[in-house]
Design a protein around this ligand. Structure first.
Ligand code: NAP
Length: 286
């Protein structure tokens, strides 16, 4: 039976650090504040928002939501981003993505101030990830996948890691973060040939595909460490990952569950970025 890579203990350690930093900042007169920008009312955005609000309450980060109508246009969205840029009481901004069709994500990404970009939407922060440069904020979900492995003491230096998925939100930045940890990274996608052979050979496989239970035990061996980033609708109000968890668990060395896995860490990473942004903005205001 594989070892369970749970997100909760990793997230709890992160939250303890965030809480003590947030308390120090509040005592010095600056309560770390996150502004969520939401367009429309997609159920997965609302669920993520509820999770963020709950976590903010636990660690002393203030959170406010600006919700735009589902048919908002680019001008309304850019206006909301500019408002957040100008508001010195707001330290971090997160825009729920993907945006409804018709809105220009490129314009939105370029409009946000990089020092408030706590989920790495802007080209400036993406470039910092590419350079492996310190400072800036890496995207929360890829960083959560890396923290999951590090938090469970799994060495990345020299490890052969296969990332399945190459989106700008997850797969591509994740492959760069892993390279920055000295892993040897193979990035796979929908045109990759022989995927099960590549995943079977890897030490670590990270699934970021967005297809319910696309991979099963036939993709892995007893040596495999599997991190599942996928969040898919399994029907009946349930979610499942990109890996068939129940079938795969007995056959691999370790695997993260679809609930209580990477997602549990993602929000903690986001709030740690808000605290870091607050610290940096407080320093530069002096
Ligand atoms: P996406 O933009 O749809 O990208 C999916 C990637 O998977 C693409 O690169 C695609 O390849 C690849 N892919 C599709 N079918 C494939 C196949 N048959 N074989 C190999 N690769 C295939 O999705 P995303 O935004 O990266 O999200 C990925 C998953 O992570 C989703 O389930 C999403 O819900 C989840 N997610 C989780 C969190 C979290 O906090 N846990 C946060 C964000 C996203 P091509 O490029 O060739 O099309």
């Amino acid at each position: 039976m594989g070892y369970l890579l749970e997100g909760k203990p990793v997230a709890e350690r992160l939250r303890a650090r965030i809480k003590s930093n947030a308390e120090e900042l509040a005592a010095a007169g600056a309560t770390p504040t996150l502004r969520l920008l939401r367009v429309g009312e997609r159920e997965d955005d609302l669920a993520y928002e509820r999770g963020i609000l709950k976590n903010c309450g636990l660690v002393g980060v203030r959170c406010e939501t600006v919700a735009l109508a589902g048919d908002a246009d680019d001008a309304a969205l850019l206006g909301a981003i500019e408002d957040a840029n100008r508001d010195s009481s707001v330290h971090g901004v997160m825009l729920f993505r993907p945006l409804p069709g018709g809105l220009d994500i490129t314009k939105a990404s370029r409009a946000l101030s990089p020092e408030k970009d706590v989920d790495c939407m802007t080209p400036v922060n993406l470039a910092r990830v590419l350079e492996g440069a310190p400072g800036g904020f890496a995207p929360c979900t890829p960083k959560a996948a890396v923290e999951m492995l590090k938090g469970h003491g799994i060495p990345l230096k020299g490890a052969n890691v296969v990332v399945v998925g190459r989106s700008l939100v997850v797969g591509k930045p994740l492959s760069l973060l892993l390279l920055n940890e000295d892993a040897t990274v193979t990035v796979c996608h929908s045109r990759t040939k022989g995927l099960p052979v590549l995943t079977w050979r890897a030490d670590i496989v990270i699934a970021a595909i967005g297809k319910a239970e696309f991979m099963d035990e036939s993709f892995f061996g007893p040596h495999s460490i599997v991190v599942d980033v996928g969040v898919n609708d399994a029907g009946g109000g349930k979610i499942c990952g990109d890996v068939a968890f129940g079938r795969t668990l007995p056959h691999v060395k370790a695997i993260s569950p679809p609930v209580g896995g990477v997602g549990a860490i993602t929000t903690a990473i986001l709030l740690s970025h808000v605290v870091d942004a607050c610290k940096a903005q407080k320093r530069s205001a002096v």
